[in-house]
Ligand binder design. Sequence first.
Ligand code: FAD
Length: 440
Amino acid sequence: SSGRAGANAQRFLLDALRDLDGSLREMGSRLFVVRGCPEEVLPHLFHAWGTTRLTFEVDSEPLARRRDAAVAELAARHGVEVIREVSHTLYDTERVLALNDGKAPLTYNRLQSLLASLGPPEKPAPALTWEHLQGCHTPCQVSHDADYGVPTLEELCQDPAEVGPRLYPGGETAALARLDTLMERTAWVCGFKKPETEPTSLSPSTTVLSPYLRFGCLSVRTFWWRLDEVYRGHSQPPVSLHGQLLWREFFYTAGAGIPNFDRMVGNPVCLQVDWDDNPQHLRAWREGRTGYPFIDAIMTQLRAEGWIHHLARHAVACFLTRGDLWVSWEEGLKVFEELLLDADWSLNAGNWLWLSGSAFFHRYFHVYSPVAFGKKTDRDGAYIRKYLPVLKDFPAEYIYEPWKAPRAVQERAGCLVGTHYPQPIVEHRAASERNLGRMK
Ligand code: FAD
C-alpha cells in the first residue's frame, strides 16, 4: 500500500522499523525485515524456519485483502495456522457492515447509531514486555543486519537528498511521547473543536498523530482510551477528538464496503463528472505554482514536511477540483498519496470524494476562496511568508493577491509577479462560477 509513497513517508516508515527493532532488542529479540513479494518469500520461510503459526493484522484495503487471502491460502497449504486480528480500527468493520445489511453507512449519524449498538470500542491489548518473551528464543545469525536489517532509503530507490526536515520522527517511541505530551494539555483536549483549529498556524493546531496511526506506531484504541481518561466536561463528536477518530472509522467502513472506493468509474456512491484533463494545471497545483499564495504555501508545506492541516487540505482539494481547476479528484489523491506522511487508502479516498463534492457532501455551492479563506485566521499572511519566502516582503494588503499590487510595491518587495512569482493560473471568480454551473 505504500507503493506510491514518496521519500518523506518512506523515511518515516524506516524510522518506525528501526524503533521497533530497538524495542525488540531490549526484550532479547529482533525484527526480521524480509525482502520480496510475500506470496513468494513466505512459503520459502515456512519451510526454512519450520513455521507453525502466522499472525497479522486485518487490512481492509483491496490490494492488501487480495495479498492476505493468497498468503493465508499458502499458509494453509503448508500446514501453518493463521491468526488474523482486527486492531487497525476501533471496531471490526466487517461486523459494522453486517449490522447494516452488508452496506456501508453513508452518514456519520448512521455510523454512530450502529456503533452505539456495539458498545464502546475494545481496550487495546497490553503492551508486549520482556516477561512475555521469557521462554522464547530468536535465532539470530551474525549476518542478521545484511539479511534482515532495516533497509536504507537508497535501497528503496529514494534519494536521501529529497527528504525534508524530520519534524515528526517515525516510530512507537515518538508516537507515545507525542500522545503523552498532548494528553497533559487537559483543557485543550477537553475543549477540542475541530472547526476552530487553524490551518494557518505556524505550529500544528491539531495532534499530528495521523502518520503514527497510519503506520501502526500508535493504536487507535490506545488513543481512544487515553482520551477517555482525560475527558471531563468535554466537547462531543463530530468536532471532538473522539469525533475525529469516528471520522476515521467512518471512512474505513466506507472503504471496506463500497466497491472501487478510490475511483470514480464503478464507484456507486460517486458523482460521475466530466473532469478536465489539464496536465499543466495539475502540475502547477502539485508544485505550488498556481499564483495563489495561500494554495502555493500549503502545497509547499506538504512537499517539504509531509503534513498539512485538515482545513488546508480542504482548501487545496477544493481548488483542484470543483472550486477552480476542474481536475479530477483522483489526480489529487495520487499526489497526496505520494506526499503525505499519513497517506492512507481509505481516508485519502473518502476525503477526496467529500471535498470534490463527489460523495457524502452535497453543498457543492460552498466553495473556498483561495484568497479569503486563509485571511480569516491569518490576516498578515505569516503562514505564506514562512512557506513562500519570495513573497515575504509584500505588505499584508497584497500578500494573498500579489498580482494586484502596483508595480512600485512589487519592486519594493523584491518580487515581480510574472517573473519571480507566477500570475494566477485561473481567475477565481470566473472559474468558480463556471464550475458551479457544471456542478449543478
Ligand atoms: P486530528 O484533528 O488531531 O485528529 C486525530 C485523528 O483523527 C487523525 O490523526 C486521523 O486519524 C483522524 N481524523 C481526523 N480528521 C479526519 C478525517 N477528516 N477523516 C478521517 N480521519 C480523520 N487523513 C489521513 O490520515 N490520511 C490521509 O491520507 C488523508 N487524506 C485526506 C485528504 C483530503 C483531501 C482531506 C480533506 C483530508 C484527508 N485526511 C487524511 C483527513 C485529515 O485531514 C487528517 O486525518 C488530519 O488532518 C490529520 O491531522 P491530525 O492527526 O492532527 O488530526
